[in-house]
Design a protein around this ligand. Structure first.
Ligand code: HEM
Length: 416
């Protein structure tokens, strides 16, 4: 039996996609279902956070089919100056560049993220996951987000970059503040966000200077000592500023999104116990499809934005040069034009053309393979060791337009 489409009691005029409070509601899926049906392309107001000049608003695209074209046409729809709705006064490296500069820089880090490299990391990811779970197993209860889900991605990216364990908590505090300038628990103001951004960059420069003098085999050493062809084509070492932006993007990208995917995985297993049982009956065989279904259903990154470089019509919308164009991945991932019975959480779903890592194009997530391994390994380890793990309270959502993030999720199990 097909699961019904979720509902909302809002009318089209009442929907505010630019307002972080919208994403604290229980009916976000219902809102997007209504939009796909009745307003697949629309123009939304920006609820610009205090501390930024008011923004002009943005086009919203919510259908799966419209997002591919937007994502691939970087000449018309650029990633400069920003890929979030608001123009915060911070830079974030390759995600804000267009080809050909983007391609030159992306090639530098690609080496650290090939499937072969991730395959090599898999064993150490398993060992880290076991360590995290062993440490809390005797307690019988935890905050899944802070005690478990946040720890693995934080440690994995830190060890890839050579960040010592003692500094990881500080880094995580700053990456939280960086992604959540609208959430009072993490930052609360644009100034806090900028301060966090500066702190991460300062830390990255400190790491970079060390690795320039004493290179190791970590990704930091590879980036800081890489030669990039300069604008004139002659090879040049990457500047310390560019390097710091790079590391900041990896720390932010590597920490928050994967933590949310792991958390949503546990929440979804709790909500759909038949699917949890199915996965646990064959965790190796179903790892790939389960992880991708969690990624589709949870969509940790709600959106990416582009900016029009010329007047253009997209899916009938008269977009003008300079307009902001937002791709709502969280909506596209439930589009019934592409997904059969989209609200069914199905750990065997195949094909699964979700947009969680982007809709193709040059910026497709560099860490997709790494994230998939981390999510699969963490969930398998968690249920192997804490078989009766259950969620005991509602998720505390983060107040943010761009992330589908959970700050806290109480869980319990029989202490071991
Ligand atoms: C579940 C986890 C993750 C999700 C949902 C996610 C999502 C995304 C999305 C939506 C984009 C932009 C795609 C586009 O604009 O076309 C992106 C880009 C990126 N991600 Fe991820 N990501 C995840 C994990 C990671 C990890 C673990 C890393 C690295 C350690 C990472 C590093 C990056 C980088 C560097 C980019 C920019 C790529 C570029 O501009 O060329 N991500 N990610």
């Amino acid at each position: 039996m097909r699961l019904p489409e979720p509902a909302t009691d809002l009318t089209l005029d009442e929907i505010e996609l630019g307002n972080p409070d919208t994403f604290l509601r229980d009916d976000v899926d219902g809102i997007f279902a209504l939009l796909r049906r009745e307003r697949p392309v629309g123009f939304d107001a920006e609820n610009t956070p205090p501390g930024l000049p008011p923004g002009p608003g943005f086009w919203s695209f919510v259908r799966h089919r419209d997002l591919f074209g937007i994502s691939r046409d970087h000449e018309t729809l650029t990633s400069v100056p920003a890929v979030g709705i608001f123009d915060y006064p911070v830079r974030t490296s390759i995600i804000n560049m267009d080809p050909p500069t983007h391609t030159r820089y992306r090639l530098i880090v690609n080496r650290g993220f090939t499937p072969r490299m991730i395959g090599r990391l898999e064993e150490s990811i398993g060992a880290q996951a076991r360590r995290i779970v062993e440490a809390i197993a005797p307690r019988g209860e935890a905050d899944l987000v802070t005690d478990i889900a946040a720890k693995l991605p934080g440690r994995v990216i830190a060890s890839m970059l050579g960040v010592p364990e003692a500094d990881q908590e500080m880094i995580q505090r700053h990456t939280n503040a960086f992604i959540a300038p609208s959430d009072p628990e993490y930052a609360g103001t644009v100034e806090d966000m900028v301060a966090a951004s500066d702190a991460i960059e300062d830390y990255a420069k400190y790491l970079g200077r060390m690795r320039r003098e004493h290179p190791t085999d970590d990704v930091t050493s590879a980036i800081v000592n890489a030669e990039v062809p300069g604008e004139d084509g002659a090879p040049a070492t990457i500047s310390m500023d560019d390097f710091a932006e790079f590391v900041k993007l990896l720390l932010v990208g590597g920490n928050e999104t994967t933590r949310n995917a792991i958390t949503h995985g546990v929440r979804l297993f709790d909500e759909f116990p038949d699917q949890k049982a199915r996965f646990l009956a064959d965790p190796e065989g179903l790892a790939t499809t389960t992880v991708d279904e969690i990624l589709r259903y949870s969509t940790p990154v709600n959106l990416m934005r582009r900016t029009a470089t010329r007047d253009v019509e997209v899916a009938g919308a008269p977009i003008r040069r300079g307009d902001k164009v937002v791709m709502w991945y969280r909506s596209g991932n439930f589009d019934d034009e592409v997904f059969d019975d989209p609200y069914r959480f199905d750990v065997t779903r195949r094909p699964n053309e979700h947009l969680t890592f982007g809709a193709g194009g040059p910026h497709y997530c560099l860490g997709a393979n790494l994230a998939r391994v981390e999510i699969g390994v963490m969930l398998a380890t968690l249920y192997e060791r804490l078989a009766d793990l259950e969620v005991t309270g509602p998720p505390v959502r983060m107040r943010a337009v761009s992330s589908h993030a959970v700050k806290h999720l109480p869980v319990r199990w029989t202490p071991r």
